[in-house]
Design a binder for this molecule. Structure first.
Ligand code: ADP
Ligand code: BMX
Ligand code: MG
Ligand code: CA
Ligand code: ZN
Length: 328
């Protein structure tokens, strides 16, 4: 009878007569680490439940598997250290990556030339073993769709498509509120819809894909071609010799009235809803025009919006963590 009653422990232990510790605990913000691996950049972010990016780190995506894994882990460790003074409690890691991904086991099945040494890669095991956190992985276009569903224009929308333009073109399809992966995880590789049988070579090995016309890389190729012919730079535009010509110069030239550059930007595909990525602003009106002129009549009601999210793929990566770790 003199034995003390066994106490049940709650974590973190909260002394009953002291509420201040309890409040400290509540002030911690449940957060995720997001990773986004693209054809050009590797990004890591600390993202809160509300979709706020507390901190973002960007590096060029390394060209080899070893260097890439090493950089991912070191950037994540830095972010986890920085999360402590920010009061962000990291619940897990979400990875968005180019390539076909099996989200059930976190394996990148295969990739186009945009990311080297990135086929048959178990991404989940090394990240989770090294950071001691649960890890979710999905394709970057799919992640962009998840971000729109949770934080953006896709909120409460049953069926929508997102197209994200970076180095390549990624896609994500939400059908009945869920992501579609397809039988071999290629369902929303929307950049690789062939629009011309003998079009330019695509990084996937085929030719004439939408990505080969309208991606950041394709526009860079066109910008370089115009520049070589001395047709790129127009009045009001400056381009010094050291600067690499890229897609942004093509966009700038088009804005300043370069009709050749304008012509390149008008070659786009139809039937989409949320456009995101560096080129989305420039594609909104040609896409809308194309749909109203060419789409099947019952598809013409499709709305086209540009994303309002900063880094949708990164946010979508984080959303996998935030949704799964708090789902009951
Ligand atoms: P990824 O996810 O493929 O690594 P990002 O989304 O970081 O790519 O975008 C990088 C790509 O976008 C590059 O191809 C680059 O040339 C192009 N780009 C960068 N800035 C701009 C801009 N202001 N306008 C148009 N294209 C841009
Ligand atoms: C490529 C392909 C897609 C990806 C898209 C956008 C790879 C490595 N990438 O089409 O899986 O969704 O690029 O990627 O196979 P980003 O590089 O533009 O972000
Ligand atoms: Mg990207
Ligand atoms: Ca996709
Ligand atoms: Zn292709």
């Amino acid at each position: 009878l003199s034995e003390p009653v066994q106490k049940t422990f709650s974590f973190p232990p909260v002394p009953e007569d002291n509420v201040s510790q309890d409040i400290d605990h509540i002030l911690e913000t449940q957060s995720a680490l997001g990773i986004d691996l693209g054809g050009t950049n590797l990004r890591v972010g600390i993202i809160t439940m509300a979709g706020k990016i507390m901190r973002k780190y960007t590096q060029p995506n390394p060209k080899t598997y070893e260097e890439r894994m090493e950089l991912i882990l070191s950037m994540c460790k830095q972010a986890m250290a920085d999360a402590i003074p920010l009061n962000c409690r990291i619940l897990g890691v979400g990875v968005s990556t180019g390539g076909r991904v099996n989200p059930q086991n976190g394996v990148v099945l295969d990739s186009t030339k945009l990311i080297n040494e990135w086929s048959h890669i178990d991404l989940r095991s090394p990240v989770s073993q090294s950071l001691h956190l649960p890890v979710w992985v999905d394709n970057d276009g799919n992640c962009a769709a998840l971000a729109e569903r949770k934080f953006g224009h896709g909120k409460g929308v049953e069926n929508f498509v997102t197209i994200i333009t970076g180095t390549g073109i990624g896609g994500g399809i939400i059908q009945h509120g869920e992501l579609i992966h397809g039988s071999t995880f290629c369902a929303a590789e929307l950049g690789h819809i062939m629009v011309s049988l003998d079009g330019p070579e695509c990084s996937c090995g085929s030719r004439g894909c939408v990505e080969a016309y309208a991606s950041g890389l394709a526009l860079q190729r066109e910008a370089k071609r115009l520049h070589d012919e001395d047709l790129l730079v127009v009045e009001g535009m400056s381009l010094n010799n050291k600067e690499q010509v890229n897609a942004s110069h093509l966009v700038q030239a088009a804005r300043l009235g370069n009709s050749k550059a304008e012509g390149v930007l008008r070659t786009v595909n139809p039937s989409l809803v949320v456009l995101s990525g560096v080129l989305s602003q420039h594609y909104k009106s040609p896409v809308t025009d194309f749909i109203s002129q060419r789409a099947l009549s019952s598809a013409r009601e499709v709305k086209v919006m540009t994303s309002e999210l900063d880094s949708p793929a990164l946010l979508g990566a984080a959303s996998m963590v935030l949704d799964y770790t708090t789902r009951r």
